[in-house]
Write a protein that binds this ligand. Sequence first.
Ligand code: ATP
Ligand code: MG
Length: 435
Amino acid sequence: MESYRSHYSKDVSSKEHGKTITVAGWVEDIRNIGSIAFIILRDRKGTLQVTALKKESAELFEKLVNIPRESVIAVNGLCKKSDKARNGYEVIPKEFEVLSTAETPLPLGVVDKVESELDTRLDNRFIDLRKQEIQAIFKIRNKVIAAVHEYLTSENFVEVHTPNIIASSSEGGTDVFKLKYFEKTAFLAQSPQLYKQMLMATGLDRVYEIAWYFRAEEHNTRRHLNESTAVDLEMAFISSEEDVMKILEGLVQHMWKKAGEYKEELDILGKQIVVPKLPFKRVKYDDVIQKLNKNGSKIKWGEDLGTEEEKLLGDIMKKEGHEFYYITKYPIEAKPFYTMPKGDKYSRGFDLECKGVEIASGSQRIHDVELLKKRLKACGLNPKDFESYLKAFRYGMPPHGGFGFGIERFLMKLLDIKNIRECILFPRDRTRLTP
Ligand code: ATP
Ligand code: MG
């Protein structure tokens, strides 16, 4: 048999009609109606029909119809034009080879109409990913990450990679995974925060990273993962957090636009993309609290918004015509230690929300080392644990700011996916460590 050229079903052009071709893929379905059988073969591009006729070779026919579903086979045969078959052609088999036999029963169906539990799907993610609507999510994910590189390169940002094994917690707080690092204790980075800020002291004054966040959050929600990815960005010589917000909204719009070009995948998911207009609405934290309290919330000034408040705000903002909106001028106590204060009570920190869910947080940062130490202490952290970070602020550090922007959160909102676990290949949550 000639080499198993992947059939890329849609790429088999009419030029091949009447020729002998070799196709390979997973046996998605076999419909045997006695004298004739239709074997649906699938690969990354789609499916095609192999049509076996008993009268041509009873032996080949019997062997073919008894192959367990989801086995991988290669078929050599005539590519025949057919108006009835999907794609306008079918393959009449001359010979075939089983490259890998699937065990039965399958732990999870690929084309079955019954919906499986998310846990069953995640336990068998390699099969779950054979479904075109699941693959579509990850093809779009790939596209929007490509859009990140495209947009930020055009804005003169440099992509960097910083350590994930670190000596002090990057965001403060207790949501940090500890690990043994030879004789020492180390942490998994909650974000690249400390490193991207240190880079602001180097002259690489616009950096970003497609970062892994490790967060030991105990709660199990539909929008939190214990291991997630983010676009994490830092830029120097800014005048205020507004410079950072401009980059972030430009980036979000570009990603949305690029995702919209993936018509085939969006059709599979039944989604339409409407590119958001810029600038996004800016609402001050104080006004947010007022809006919420007017609508029945009991949130107190100074508190961070919880799930319910965020949802309520999403509804209020939607009525005002905004799917995307920034919450600005946060109280300093609701923001991490590195956030630049604004007066006594406020900060230069902001969140970007989309339809009731936070998708990014950012701020102008503190670049004065004494103020930074003061804020570390005020947040219950010990400046001694941050010495190598603080050092970068002592020999010339420009004003700077940045943001962290969750990729899975973005996908949830882009594609209206209810559970964040759907947006990452192999999710890590409070109980899931495999596969
Ligand atoms: P939240 O309040 O929604 O729990 P956060 O304020 O703790 O998030 P940040 O530290 O501001 O999160 O992180 C920046 C962005 O990274 C968030 O806006 C979000 O998009 C994403 N992100 C943070 N933590 C998680 C997580 N546990 N799972 C998924 N995405 C996350
Ligand atoms: Mg945040």
